[in-house]
Design a protein around this ligand. Structure first.
Ligand SMILES: NC(=O)C1=CN([C@@H]2O[C@H](COP(=O)(O)OP(=O)(O)OC[C@H]3O[C@@H](n4cnc5c(N)ncnc54)[C@H](O)[C@@H]3O)[C@@H](O)[C@H]2O)[C@@H](O)CC1
Ligand SMILES: [K+]
Length: 486
């Protein structure tokens, strides 16, 4: 954002104007969201975030509110645009220790924004803790103070906001946990930045919404047939572990793959046969495994991992997948098989000429990556680093699922309900992803769409849902996708 701000200035919009617009947006949202709040306490910090606070204070006062400003640091020490904004605040300021929380009906947190450079301590930490303890509604400017907007981390004390007003675009920290829960509702305000200013910055990640991938979403063609809509082969778990692969296979079919086949040993197929109808079954020869089946040229996509096991036989089947090439979704037991050996997983994918999507949750990710990640790396950075290292699209699952590609594209999802964290849900996600890949959707778009659809299907199924409910719930989600803007 510093680059965008600098570009805006070069393009003729001054920092002062940007700050005035930022403060105005804060004042406007404060007045609209808390109509009955007459007494507003602004907590202003030593940088430009504090400058936004002074602008908001002046505007709220002019609109008839009673306003007090508690300033962290010396008024004379303010610099640049913040000094200018403070100079246009005609009233005095109070010491942080005298901040009148009891008096206030609304607290505006303008202590620290993008310039936070270390965990809060001393008077800043005390002020943040007092704000949280006050029980008063808090409107945060840009990010709740104490939150790192790039990572979503709060190492020290952090404001717990009800609403956060940020400028121009969301930052990763508004979406990644715990940041998302500390922000409350996030409102994005334009501050009059010129059009060209945004191109000064590299986009770190995009919010996972249909707009991101809708144009690449497969549309069934009237002259198509089931094989032109893609055929997914799913490796079945053994006799007593068939559920996971069956969930994945069913989900792949619901996601629109033309055909899905569960491949595995006969005893396991007998269990599947009692459950599935549209999903096909194919026995894997004890010696030849599923290699002959994958060699069938109509099978472009295979899925391995859910319930697969980690024994020698499972490893052999996985190797056969790599050798077959094509598009692969790798989940669950793959991350145990390649635990601590991500480079070897990358080599296997590359040697096979596969295009792979990996779908680990945090535990599986840690198992796979071993000690390779910087301990302070954000979830976004970790997913991107793993993706680049392995040469595959990585779906790092959780309430803030990140999809990352080796060339640096990323999406962050925020639509999964808490109750989606349930047994088997991950298998369904892997299946949806395979179903979309089989239809030719590019990996980043397919993975991002799968994550979003999965979250929406859970919302659709509602509380009390189990993984078995998700594939069916996809029907209405997909139906709505057809109605919405493309
Ligand atoms: N032109 C711009 O750059 C614009 C910036 N805007 C606002 O400016 C903010 C960024 O301003 P700044 O870059 O000045 O940064 P901040 O205002 O977030 O904070 C920087 C100040 O805090 C101090 N500081 C950092 N971490 C600290 C800690 N842990 N304990 C104590 N002091 C600490 C720094 O020494 C510096 O004085 C944005 O978040 C946004 O609110 C908006 O006004 C829009 C325009
Ligand atoms: K803030």
């Amino acid at each position: 954002m510093a680059k965008v701000d600098a570009a805006a200035v070069t393009l003729g919009v001054s920092g002062e104007t940007l700050m005035e617009n930022a403060g105005a947006a804060v004042a406007d949202i404060a007045a609209r969201r808390w109509r009955d709040a007459r007494r507003v306490l602004v907590l202003a910090g030593p940088g430009n975030n504090g400058g936004d606070g002074f602008v908001a204070a002046r505007r709220l006062l002019a609109a008839g509110h009673e306003v007090r400003v508690a300033l962290l640091g010396e008024r004379a020490a303010l610099k640049g645009d913040a000094a200018g904004a403070a100079a246009r605040w005609d009233d005095g300021v109070v010491e942080p220790s005298d901040a009148p929380f009891d008096w206030a009906e609304l607290v505006i947190d303008a202590l620290f924004g993008a310039g936070l450079s270390r965990p809060l301590d001393g008077p800043a930490a005390a002020l943040v803790m007092a704000a949280n303890a006050s029980g008063k509604p808090i409107l945060a400017v840009d990010v709740p103070s104490g939150l790192d907007g790039a990572s979503g981390r709060a190492v020290g004390p952090c404001v717990e906001a009800d609403v956060t007003v940020t400028f121009i675009r969301r930052k990763p920290g508004h979406l990644l946990l715990p940041g998302r829960t500390l922000c409350g509702e996030v409102v994005v305000a334009d501050i009059g930045q010129p059009d060209g200013a945004l191109s000064a910055a590299k986009v770190a990640a995009r919010l996972n919404r249909p707009e991101l991938w809708r144009a690449a979403f497969p549309e069934p063609r009237i002259d198509g047939h089931k094989y032109s809509r893609g055929h997914v082969a799913v490796w079945s778990g053994p006799l007593l572990a068939t559920g996971a692969s069956r969930l994945a296979a069913t989900a792949a079919l619901r996601a629109g793959a033309g055909a899905v086949t569960l491949v595995g040993p006969r005893p396991a197929l007998k269990i599947h046969a009692a459950h599935v109808t549209a999903v096909m079954l194919r026995e894997a020869d004890q010696k030849a495994g599923w290699a002959p089946f994958l060699a069938d040229r109509r099978i472009g996509t295979w899925l391995f991992g859910p319930g697969a096991g980690t024994d020698e036989e499972a490893c052999g089947i996985l190797d056969q997948g790599f050798s077959a090439g094509g598009r692969a979704v790798l989940d669950a037991d793959v991350f145990t098989i390649f635990g601590g050996r991500p480079e070897e997983l990358g080599a296997a994918i590359e040697d096979g000429g596969c295009e792979a999507v990996l779908t680990p949750h945090e535990g599986e990710f840690a198992r796979l990556m071993g000690e390779r990640m910087r301990p302070d790396a954000s979830k976004l950075e970790r997913a991107l680093a793993a993706s680049a290292l392995i040469g595959a699209t990585v779906v790092l699952k959780g309430p803030d699922t990140v999809v990352a590609t080796p060339d640096g594209c990323a999406s962050i999802a925020d639509n999964a309900p808490a109750f989606l964290a349930t047994a088997g849900a991950g298998d369904v996600l892997a299946g949806i992803c395979a179903g979309l890949l089989a239809q030719g959707m590019p990996a980043f778009e397919a993975a991002s769409a799968a994550v979003w659809l999965h979250g929406e299907a859970a919302r659709e199924a509602g509380r009390g849902m189990i993984a078995d409910d998700l594939p069916l719930a996809l029907r209405s989600v997909l139906g709505r996708l057809d109605d919405g803007p493309s």
